[in-house]
Design a protein around this ligand. Structure first.
Ligand code: BTN
Length: 310
């Protein structure tokens, strides 16, 4: 019932829906509608109630919605520990390809290498459950496809110069706009699911805590719609994932990267490597020319461009 109510409110955008209309549509009494609304407000949903009925509070980017959209289904949570955990549970329970879990705020947002990811209101914090028909050794294609599609989406919507940084971040003017974190589960020699967690600084102010981060709001000088970012990106990703086996994602990704040619520092759980990023090979590994002129192939890690450590 909760999901149905949120769907109704979300579809009505900021229009009021009367208690009678709700009760007819949902097949429950007006008192029951009122009780559900009270509970939703207690859970943190931004709902206006007036003699005209109920509506989601007028906010330009209207994120608070839960709906079915083509093959994907979007679940909104006002607050979560981490969307990664919720998405993992849902994926195990059989949630379908392209199911999205979004949280307005995360109390335990996670970054790569077990770092904390600050997730204040106004950002876009979500995890997409993907169930591609791929063997685990090709899962890198999904992660590179996600960062590539997101950079393209942000450039198209806001005319900014978003560039991908190995392995999966997105930078603008060397400042971090987006972080991606991916978790995979396999069964036999196939992927059961790859959950791609994405944190985008949209209308929040990350600069206060992270001097090397930036938000879209700062870049374009106004609040923007998170809903539009999410839906445009999902369309782009869905198209990209079709026939992904045949696509050379790494070549497309390389057209959009700012890492190649840069002096970099790469932190893994146990090591730090430094040198010049020469290339990204066809498996997504970074080819590094180290300071002693030897070449190293790095398959994971957090990469910092050395001019500003972003
Ligand atoms: C990184 O740059 O270290 C990756 C950051 C990934 C953050 C996102 S926000 C949504 C999802 N839930 C999390 O707890 N983390 C990812």
């Amino acid at each position: 019932m909760k999901e149905k109510i949120l769907q109704l409110l979300g579809n009505a955008q900021t229009r009021f829906i009367s208690g009678v209309e709700m009760s007819n549509h949902l097949g429950i009494s007006r008192v029951a509608v009122w009780k559900h609304m009270k509970r939703l407000v207690q859970e943190g949903y931004d709902i206006d109630s007036s003699p005209k009925g109920y509506r989601l509070k007028s906010c330009r980017d209207l994120l608070a919605f839960t709906f079915e959209r083509g093959v994907s289904s979007i679940r909104f949570l006002p607050i979560a520990d981490s969307t990664m955990d919720r998405a993992r549970e849902l994926a195990k329970q059989g949630a379908g390809h392209l199911t999205v879990v979004i949280a307005e705020q995360q109390e335990k947002g996670r970054g790569r290498l077990n770092r904390t990811w600050l997730s204040q209101k106004g950002g876009l914090w979500f995890t997409i459950i993907l169930k591609p028909d791929l063997p685990p050794q090709l899962s890198f294609k999904v992660n590179f496809a996600a960062s590539l599609c997101l950079a393209r989406t942000l450039n198209r919507l806001f005319d900014i110069n978003a560039r991908v940084k190995w392995p999966n971040d997105i930078l603008v003017n060397n400042k971090k706009l987006v972080g991606l974190l991916s978790e995979m589960e396999t069964r036999g020699d196939m992927i059961s699911f790859v959950n791609v967690g994405i944190g985008i600084n949209v209308n929040n102010h990350p600069e206060q805590d992270e001097p090397n981060a930036v938000s879209i709001r700062t870049l374009v000088g106004r609040e923007v719609s998170r809903r539009e970012i999410l839906t445009t990106f999902l369309d782009e990703l869905e198209a990209m994932l079709q026939d992904i086996l045949e696509k050379n994602i790494i070549d497309l990704w390389k057209e959009q990267t700012s890492t190649i040619g840069k002096q970099v520092r790469i932190e893994t759980l146990n090591n730090v490597y430094k040198g010049v990023a020469l290339d990204v090979d066809e498996t997504g590994a970074l080819i590094l020319e180290q300071e002693d002129n030897t070449t190293r192939r790095v398959i994971y890690g957090d990469c910092f461009h050395r001019e500003n450590q972003s």
